[in-house]
Design a protein around this ligand. Structure first.
Ligand code: F6R
Ligand code: MG
Ligand code: MG
Length: 371
């Protein structure tokens, strides 16, 4: 029997220190202890990006496993209690219900999971972002898995040359569709170019029959505001990417972040900003609560053990990307409350509009064309 292993990355913001900047070390320790006490896991690593507590876990129970989701929920609930004691900001903000019920999806936390047969060598990168939304992965994943200007392997590696299949979710209509690269490239861009609504859920290698083969990417697609029906916090996303030997090289994955693209979710979930690739330590969104940050932790899996992490963006090779992000941030900030720095009205997470419309309802009068 080939060795099946499941990689589950589950995250939640259960309190920030200070404000919405980072996760307090006591919360990391609390979550660590919860996971360490469990006999369900092969291995785990607890970390943070900005104010998001991140649980990276390996186990043999498959995806959507109730016991694993319950374990993650318990870790977040325990960390929430610590956050409440310390009066941290937004304690428990991403836990939308008081009690766990079967599957953590839809209850607030973000989830990316994949079940794989561990290869003789299994390099994976876990991408984690703060102050943004699941659609933030669309552009880099497109570059990494479909753009030969980013990924040389699409041209020169026979094992990648046939392309990949992208599974895309329509978060508004609740539908999904598969796009086969490169044949469906132009069609797919119509949709994933609108990342507030259409998000990449997973990517698979193309099998010999042209259908879905080995999984390469699993991303979180949960949108908190859609789950809760109101603004409750940002749905800061996570993404697992397998690398090398028929998948993009580690450096081709990281190259997808060499030029910071604009993502929604900065300040009050209501502004666009550049996604800045940073080290774990530098994932501390301060300026205007940002700019949005992404970290990349690399692991080698060895019989389910997480060998690592390597903090991949902790490298001078990304200094220029950070400088570019700061320049873009400076420029965008000059626009203050104007679009496209501010998000369109229907995409803002904090919307004063209903109250303002109500207040001004008497003063809005029809435009008299004849006057
Ligand atoms: C949180 C975020 C922050 C907050 C802002 C206001 O992820 O993006 O920019 O939206 O700090 O927070 P509240 O409304 O909680 O005071
Ligand atoms: Mg927060
Ligand atoms: Mg956050």
């Amino acid at each position: 029997m080939p060795e099946q292993i499941t990689l589950s990355v589950i995250k939640a913001d259960v309190g920030g220190h200070v404000g919405h900047t980072v996760v307090h070390p006591d919360l990391l320790e609390c979550a660590y202890e919860e996971l360490a006490d469990s006999d369900l896991l092969e291995d785990f690593y607890v970390t943070y990006v900005g104010d998001d507590l991140e649980l990276i876990m390996t186990h043999r129970r498959g995806t959507d496993d109730e016991a694993i989701h319950q374990l993650a929920w318990n870790a977040f609930a325990a960390a929430t209690e610590v956050a409440k004691e310390l009066k941290l900001y937004g304690a428990g903000q991403d836990l939308l219900t008081d009690a766990f019920s079967g599957n953590i999806k839809g209850l607030g936390p973000g989830v990316a999971e994949m079940q794989i047969v561990e290869r003789p060598s299994e390099p994976v990168i876990v991408l984690m972002a703060d102050k943004t939304e699941p659609g933030a992965w669309n552009l880099p994943l497109y570059k990494i898995f479909a753009d030969p200007f980013n990924t040389a392997g699409l041209v020169v590696d026979p094992s990648m040359h046939d392309g990949f299949i992208f599974e895309v979710y329509d978060l508004i209509e609740g539908k999904k569709i598969d796009f086969s690269m490169p044949e469906d490239l132009y069609d797919m861009l119509v949709f994933i170019g609108a990342p507030a609504r259409f998000v990449i859920n997973s990517i698979c290698r193309k099998g010999p029959d042209g259908g879905k083969g080995d999984i390469a990417v699993a991303a979180s697609t949960q949108r908190l505001s859609l789950a809760a029906g109101r603004y409750v916090g940002k749905d800061d996303p996570v993404c697992i990417v397998r690398c090398q030997s028929g998948f993009p090289a580690v450096g081709e994955v990281l190259e997808g972040f060499a030029h910071p693209h604009l993502v929604g979710g900065w300040m009050r979930g209501s502004h666009n900003g550049p996604l800045m690739p940073v080290s774990n330590e530098d994932s501390r969104p301060t300026r205007f609560d940002g700019p949005p940050r992404v970290i990349a932790l690399g692991f080698q899996l060895a019989h389910g053990q997480l060998v690592g992490p390597q903090d991949m963006f902790d490298d001078i090779a990304f200094d220029e990307a950070r400088r570019e992000a700061n320049q873009v941030a400076n420029y965008l900030r000059t626009m203050g409350p104007f679009e496209p720095h501010r998000l369109p009205l229907d995409e803002m997470e904090y919307t004063p509009l209903p109250q303002v419309v109500e207040k001004l309802s008497d003063r809005f009068v029809p435009i008299d064309e004849d006057a």
